[in-house]
Design a protein around this ligand. Sequence first.
Ligand code: GLV
Ligand code: MN
Ligand code: MN
Length: 412
Amino acid sequence: MNLTIDAAAIAADLDAIAACSDTPPPGVTRVVYGEADLRARAYLRARCAEAGLLLREDGLGNLFARWPGAEPDLPAVASGSHIDAIPHSGRFDGTVGVVGALEALRALRRVGHVPRRSLELLIFTSEEPTRFGVGCLGSRALAGALNPAQLRALRDGEGRTLDELRAAAGFTAPLEQVALAQGTYAAFVELHIEQGPLLETEGLPIGVVRAIAAPAALRVHLQGEGGHAGAVLMLGRRDALLAGAEIALAVERAALSTGRPDTVATTGRLTITPGAINAIPSAATLEIDVRDVAAEPRDRALASIYSAVAEVCGRRHVAYQIEEVNADPPATCDPEVVATIIGACTELGLPYQVMVSRAYHDSLFMARICPTAMIFIPCRGGVSHRPDEYSEPEQISQGVAVLAHALAALSA
Ligand code: GLV
Ligand code: MN
Ligand code: MN
């Protein structure tokens, strides 16, 4: 198949979406259901309509843009990713997989490809946990891993409910209709930047993902006792921040204690109350991210964090509550979809490496409902979740070419 990938169109799409940001450049911030997210969605809806795709949105705002196949009743083949961006991050994470899938469909249309199975672009709502604290919100719900009651219980940091926020964003369809039946899709392929350094180090243009690491997130709420920073003497203080600081160090130790380079743990947020220089912190909340490519050592690290919290809080007389936001199993990619992607690399003469994704992706949940695999492209220095995240236009086009070939094969 002699496809041409329109790098200029991809660059224009990336530019337009990067311009939809809650913060000024160079960083990008796009929080789900925020004004920038809604502008980016409007832009993409217009591009999908222009490409002749049929649009559908569910009650969460997951967007489905379909190119009906010659046998439209067969399970479709899908590709896509997310467009939300964590605060002050880059313009490629997620968005490359959305505009890349759109360009793959446009490229296939340009050469007159007639898919037997329908092809569908998916734009998942809120892969990032920024607003509601849980990652992969849209794909989690599509896979039935969050039911409508659990969705309704979600609130953002300002106490606004998911229901209220989705309605304000124009998504009012029933949450009961979000979950997809097994068999809806024959295959799902997600294109994404690697977010790590391996491809660049090896000088390889493509990574073929065979498994996705198991993520977990905890929220630890600490309640100590506040007071005047000058008037209350040190002895007997119940400083919630100091308990939190000890816990953050224990989180680092927990990751190191498994003895595996694959275990990683991060305290990404620590908020304190009341937050005044001359007040003893009375309360603190830590948000902790723990991962491994295997669930068992990840769970061992979680267990040592639980016991550290109990030990530190007992010693410091601080009350605590641990909220386990999620502790998901890893996903194994489908061997046939992996083989199809490898076939596409071979056809295009592009060297590749089969690898594991340490970041999580919507594919983690799509893998629960259909055969799934991912295509990685290099990003400079392995940098992601930072404003200087970067992939070259040529690297993106190569990833899109592999995706287009894989989608053509899977939809034949
Ligand atoms: C996704 O953004 C992740 O944190 O892995
Ligand atoms: Mn991300
Ligand atoms: Mn991502």
